[in-house]
Write a protein of this length. Structure first.
Length: 484
């Protein structure tokens, strides 16, 4: 099944639901259905004593004997919970014919709906599905959430439900209402509820509602957020939270779809992507957009690949904001050098091979002469070169000219940390040829230095490096040489 299941929460109050089967599984289902307010019919030749007692008290209706399709008459939902697969399938088939949703316990394929694993906090319910294929995983997630979500979440939901109409009257504007909610959630009320001080919480809520004048134009702000190299798991928790509060997200092209999918659904997404030689949006226009939205009271997130302060022009953007008197914050991200090194198995420093790391950019056409090649060419240091795909021949020539050995290893990492990651290794001498030979494309990060050769032994993510370097052991220490 390739399409995902469509989640929904069903209101079963007063609606008839059929459970076929009279054993322990059926009892569990009947219990949950009664809790949800359903009118439960149980069809089975035999009932557990607990079910039989309920039937006697009239809490459930009992249909005796073997399953008959007529049992599904006037039924909204059915659950087949017998231990006889043929009976279960007959229920599913009869349900299908009558357009009644049927769940067959422990049979994904026969079911037209699944019952999710769930976490309950009062009226708040979190339903978890693995698509039916990995119920143990769903169960595991449920256990994790159970430990993370405080019991008082239910009380909070009750309070907000009670006050809903009053909140809406006070804050007819959606944006203002959201900010009010955030103030409430960030304030003392959740803690009061956690401590069981319900009356105090209610009082605090009343005060918050009256004290906070409905702010017609809240102060806008900009958060400069590093999205990391692409894998959403490499974004920080703070970055994620800020992203969740954003009204407008101005993002680079480098920011992956996976990360953007984490943004609040109703946030406005604007791509202001820039690519070497292909400027979609000029830097000035980006500045304008930030100012415009922030001045309109929006919470703007300027989302950048990697880290905003590493070749991200974050500094320039903050200067503009500071001049305009707009509040800002910066959330760092995992920069490409760190991510690519980690995902290629290249330690950037190493007691034996590299005592320092230099982070440089290689827009070499314009700036080759401005760089201090003498110091860049020193041994036992690692160079992490950003934006380097086009100037590799210049880089090689300059480094060798200034004394770096032609046999110095390199690792060129394309799409680092992403599924499509490729790592090309070699020595400085054949850097440009190998990059061309493998048609390495942007985004790619170049690591030059003795440590790059370790990728052969330490790679762990994706495919093995494409290599022409061999590594051999000499009396305890590792040495490297170009293959013949
Ligand atoms: N602020 C970003 C860098 C922006 S400059 C950061 O901190 O990572 C863009 C350059 O970053 C690209 O040309 C490439 O050299 C590098 N880069 C960014 N993401 C990358 C990735 N996933 N894999 C390889 N290189 C990447």
């Amino acid at each position: 099944m390739t399409s995902p299941l469509f989640p929904l929460f069903a209101d079963l109050r007063g609606r008839t639901v059929l459970v076929v089967g009279g054993g322990t599984v059926a009892l569990r289902k009947v219990t949950a259905l009664l809790e949800a307010g359903a009118r439960v019919r149980v069809g089975a030749p035999q009932l557990l004593p607990a079910l039989a007692a309920w039937a006697e008290q009239g809490r459930i209706e009992h249909l005796d004997g073997a399953f008959r399709p007529q049992w599904l008459d006037e039924v909204w939902l059915a659950i087949a919970a017998t231990d006889d697969a043929a009976v279960n399938r007959a229920v599913a088939a009869a349900g299908e014919a009558r357009r009644v949703w049927v769940n067959v316990v422990d049979d994904v394929h026969a079911s037209s709906f699944h019952v999710p694993a769930r976490v309950e906090r009062g009226p708040v319910q979190i339903a978890i599905s693995s698509g039916g294929g990995a119920p143990m995983l769903a169960r595991h997630l449920r256990e994790t959430l159970e430990t993370q979500l405080d019991e008082s979440l239910g009380e909070l939901a009750h309070l907000l439900t009670r006050e809903r109409a009053r909140i809406r009257r006070h804050y007819p504007d959606l944006g203002a209402r959201r900010r009010f909610f955030e103030r409430v959630l960030a304030g003392p009320i959740p803690a009061l509820l956690r401590e069981g001080r319900f009356d105090d919480a209610q009082r605090a809520f009343g005060v918050a509602l009256i004290d906070d004048k409905p702010d017609t134009l809240p102060a806008g702000s900009v958060a400069l957020v590093g999205a990391g190299p692409g894998d959403a798991g490499l974004m920080t928790l703070r970055g994620l939270r800020v992203l969740n509060e954003a009204d407008v997200i101005l993002h680079d092209r480098l920011v992956s779809a996976e990360v953007l999918a984490l943004a609040r659904r109703d946030a406005e997404l604007v791509e202001v992507g820039k690519q070497a030689g292909n400027h979609h949006t000029t830097q000035d226009r980006i500045h304008e957009l930030m100012l415009e939205h922030a001045r309109a009271g929006k919470r703007v997130v300027r989302l950048k690949g990697g880290d905003p302060f590493v070749f991200g022009r974050g500094g320039e953007e903050l200067e503009i904001l500071a001049d305009a008197g707009i509040a800002f914050e910066v959330v760092p991200g995992i920069t490409a050098a760190l991510a690519c090194a980690a995902y290629a198995g290249v330690p950037l420093t190493h007691r034996d091979h590299a005592q320092s790391l230099r982070v440089v950019t290689a827009h070499l056409k314009d700036s080759a002469d401005a760089l201090d090649w003498q110091s860049l060419a020193q041994e036992k240091q690692t160079l992490a070169v950003y934006m380097g795909v086009s100037g590799l021949d210049v880089l090689r020539d300059k480094l060798i000219e200034h004394g770096r050995a032609a046999s110095t290893p390199f690792a060129l990492i394309e799409n680092g940390s992403r599924r499509q990651q490729r790592v090309v290794t070699g020595t400085l001498a054949n850097l440009a040829e190998r990059a061309q030979g493998h048609r390495v494309q942007s985004p790619a990060l170049l690591i030059v230095g003795e440590v790059a050769a370790l990728a052969q032994r330490l790679h762990w993510f994706g495919d093995a490096p494409l290599t022409d370097v061999v590594e051999y052991e000499t009396s305890g220490s590792t040495a490297f040489a170009a293959a013949a």
